[in-house]
Design a protein around this ligand. Sequence first.
Ligand code: ISL
Length: 544
Amino acid sequence: MTKKWWKEAVVYQVYWRSFYDSNGDGYGDLQGVMEKLDYIKELGVDVIWLNPCYESPDIDNGYDIKNYYNIMEKAGDMETWEKLLEKIHKLDMKLIMDLVVNHTSDQHPWFVESRSSKDNPKRDWYIWKDSVKGGPPNNWRSYFTPSAWEYDELTNQYYMHSFAVEQPDLNWENEELREEVYRMMRFWLDKGIDGFRLDVINLLAKLKGFPNVENPDNINYLGNNEGIHDYLQEMHEKVFKHYDIMTVGEIPFVTPEDGVLYVGEDRKELHTLFHFEVADDMPTWDLQRFKEIQTRWYEGLKGKGTNSQFLNNHDHTRQVTRYGNDGKYRIESAKLLATMIHTLPGIPYVYQGEEIGMTGVRFDSIEDYNDIAMKNEYKEEVAKGRDPQEVFEDLLLLSRDNSRTPIQWDSSKNAGFTDGQPWIKVNPNYKTINVEQALKDPESVFYYYKKLIQLRKKNPVMIYGDYQDLSLDEKELYVYTRTYEGKCWLVLLNHSDTNNLFTLPEQLDENNKQLIISNYTDLDGTEDIHQTEMRPHEARIYDL
Ligand code: ISL
C-alpha cells in the first residue's frame, strides 16, 4: 500500500473540557489547549484529535450539537479556535475535528423546525414515525435509553434517537440534509483543518423498514445497515477526495470483513477506523482474546486498509486501570501497554493523560458522576428494583467519567487544572501522578512515550511492517515480530504480575540483536534471550 502522512501519524486526543482551564470557570477550554500545546509538541505527536467544541447544550458533553458553525461558549469562540489551529500548524502538527452527523441536539434549529409540524420543509431531516399499537414504532433500544423512540405530542409522532432523548437522529435518506452536512464539512475543511474523527459514522443508515428485532438489547442493528456505503462513498466523492486529509470513522459492531468495506483504499470511503471488539466488547484484560482480535484484524485489512490502535479514550476507562496494573506496577504496566499500542499494526492514539499513566477513578456516589450514559443506566437499573449501591458498584469500572477527570498538571489545588471549581472532581492521586513530576523524571511514562514516538519516526518497520504473533497459545506472554525491508523487530510483553519464562522461537536468530527499548532500565542488549525470565509487566523490543 502507498505511504501516506496519516498512516505514519501518532494521534493525541484532547478532551478539551478536562485538559486545561484558562479562565477559571471550571471547564477546560481552547485557550487552555493553546497554552499547553508546547507540552503536546514535546511528546512528539503529529495529529491532535479535538473532541466536539461546537455550540451545544452539553447534554452529552458536546456530542449533541445545536450549531455546527460556532464554538461552544465554555470552550471559547471562533477567534480562539482559529488561533489554536494556526498555532498547531506553526508547531508542525495537524488538527482533526470530531464531527457528529448521525444526530444533532434537540435544540438544533433544524430539529426545532422539523418537530414544529408534519409539513415543515425540514420534517424529513429527522426520523418520524407513527405509533404502533399505541406504543413506539418498534422495539429498538438506544445506547442510553430503553427505547430508541421519543413521543412528541405536538405532532403525535415518535422521533428516533440512537443515544439520548436530546440527540435526535438525522435522516440520511434525505438528500437535502446530506448536502447541508457536506456544505458544513467543507466550511471546516476550508478553514484548514486536516480531517475528521467521525462519530458513530456507521449508524447513518437505518435498518430498512424499521422492523422489530429479535433481541433489542443487542443494539448492533443500529449500525452497518444497507445503504451506509452509498452515503460514505457520496461523502468521499463530494467532500473528502478534494482535500489532503485524514478521516477516522468510529465504527461500533464492525468485524474485519465489514471493516475493509469502510477503509479499503479502493473503496473511497474512510482512511481508517476505530473498531470496538476490545474497548466495547472486552470488559477486562483477556490476552488470548486480544491476540485473536489483533490477528483477525491484521489479516482482514492487510494490503487493503489501515487500522487504528487504542485502548482508551473519552468513552473508555483509562487503560492502565482497565487492562493493566494501576497499583504496584503502574509505571511498568503503562509503558508495556504503550509499547504494545505503538508496535501493533495501525495508527496509535494517545488519549490525554495516558502519557503520564493517569488512572481510572472511584468517586463515592452517583452524584459525583457526570456521564449521561452512566446516569441513565443507573436510573434504568434502579427502576428495575435493583439495589442502588449494587448498581452503582457495577457501573464504576466502565463509567466514561473514569477517563474524563481533569488532566493532572501538578500537585497544587485541583492538580493545576483550574483556579475555579472543576466541572468534575480531580482524581485524588494527582499529588503523585502529574505532568510536573513526569517531566522531572527521565524514567517517567512521559519520556517512554516520547521515545516510542521518536522510534516510529525513524523506523518504518513500526508502521508498514508485517505482523506475526509468535505466542498464540501463551496466556500471559505476548510475543510478535514486525518485519519490513529486511528489518525484523521482536516485541516481548509480559502482561502479568508474575514472571514468565520466554523461549526464543527456533526460527529467530538473536546473535546480532540490539535492544531498542525496554521498560526495565537494567538491560543493555547483551542479555541472552534464548531463554529469559520476563519480569512483571516487562516490555522489550529487539532489532534482530
Ligand atoms: O461509550 C461507549 C461505551 O462505553 C461507546 O459505546 C460509545 O457510546 C459509542 O462508541 C459511541 O460513542 C460516540 O457517540 C456518542 C457519544 O456519547 C460518545 O462520547 C462518542 O464517542 C453519541 O454521540
